[in-house]
Design a protein around this ligand. Structure first.
Ligand SMILES: [Zn+2]
Length: 303
């Protein structure tokens, strides 16, 4: 009897040991939306770390010594790429020695758009030059990113490959449903003209037929010249744009000054999900929050 029980215990230990002994690889993601998509693919295996959290801007992030240590300890690092987290190019090349560094702006099947200048856009979008790095703001791109994330994680951690690919499949189904939901939500504000703070939204706009007609700035941390300020104010005054959007990462003074004395409304767009809790649910929440902010500000009701 006793022997049998020991055998049972032994069998149990042998069955669970392989799973328990395999620790999830140390995974680091740069910005919250990337972290969210990675967290979804890693569910049940482990949790990725977030490098650039809180209210930090994706453009002006400066590496802290503690972050350098986290990069050095990671086995897989996911970032958008040198077009977005520009200041990380050097540290990722130098610190992440043995790590797999995955630039999601290069994910197979991801759609890329070219960067536009700041101010009011007249005429067509450019057909060459640097790319606009806000690639995650299109659920179809998030699907391409999910596939690339699952492939990289499976290569780094083959023991959990089946889990990663099952998670990726359910995440892709959720993103497909999200895309349809956003299209329905945004249909009433097709073609309503607005101005954004920085040009983070062409992926969202082209996917859902929205009409941003200009951006206050291309590089959010550089001052805006008086000519552009006058040009944007004219657009708001004449009703060429019905709404101007600020972003929680940046002080609202300039946006408020632009809108002051015009009939334009001021809304908030947050391309990073600064106030949302990190995790698999952040990405859909961020996209829905953006859609609702657009619908609310661009809606037909009187100002
Ligand atoms: Zn940006």
């Amino acid at each position: 009897m006793r022997k049998r029980r020991i055998l049972h215990v032994l069998a149990f230990v042998i069955l669970i040991l392989p799973a328990a002994a395999q620790a999830a690889p140390a995974v680091l993601a740069t910005i919250k939306p990337v972290h969210s998509l990675v967290a979804g693919v890693m569910e049940g295996v482990g949790q990725p770390e977030l490098l650039i959290g809180g209210g930090l801007s994706e453009h002006s992030y400066a590496l802290k010594p503690s972050d350098a240590a986290r990069i050095a300890a990671a086995r897989v690092v996911f970032w958008i790429g040198p077009d977005l987290e520009t200041t990380l190019s050097g540290p990722l090349a130098n610190l992440a020695g043995g790590a797999r560094v995955v630039a999601l702006e290069n994910a197979p099947g991801l759609r890329r758009l070219f960067a536009r200048p700041g101010g009011l856009w007249e005429g067509k979008s450019p057909a060459s030059g640097p790319i606009n790095p806000h690639v995650w703001l299109d659920p179809k791109n998030a699907i391409a990113m999910t596939r690339a994330i699952a492939a990289a994680l499976s290569a780094a951690d083959p023991a959990d490959a089946a889990r990663y690919s099952a998670n990726a499949r359910s995440q892709i189904a959720r993103l497909t449903a999200l895309d349809q939901q956003l299209a329905r939500l945004l249909a009433p504000v097709h073609g309503r003209p607005f101005i954004v703070f920085h040009d983070a939204y062409p992926y969202f706009d082209t996917r859902y037929g929205l009409r941003a007609i200009g951006a206050v700035t291309v590089e959010p941390d550089r001052p805006v010249g008086p000519r552009r300020v006058a040009q944007l104010r004219d657009a708001l005054k004449s009703g060429k744009a019905v709404c101007i959007f600020r972003e929680p990462q940046f002080a609202p003074a300039l946006i408020m000054a632009l809108a002051d004395g015009t009939t334009a409304r001021v809304g908030v767009l947050d391309p990073l999900g600064a106030d949302l809790p990190p995790g698999p649910g952040l990405y859909p929440a961020l996209m829905e929050q953006m859609a609702r902010a657009l619908v609310q500000c661009l809606g037909q009701r009187a100002p």
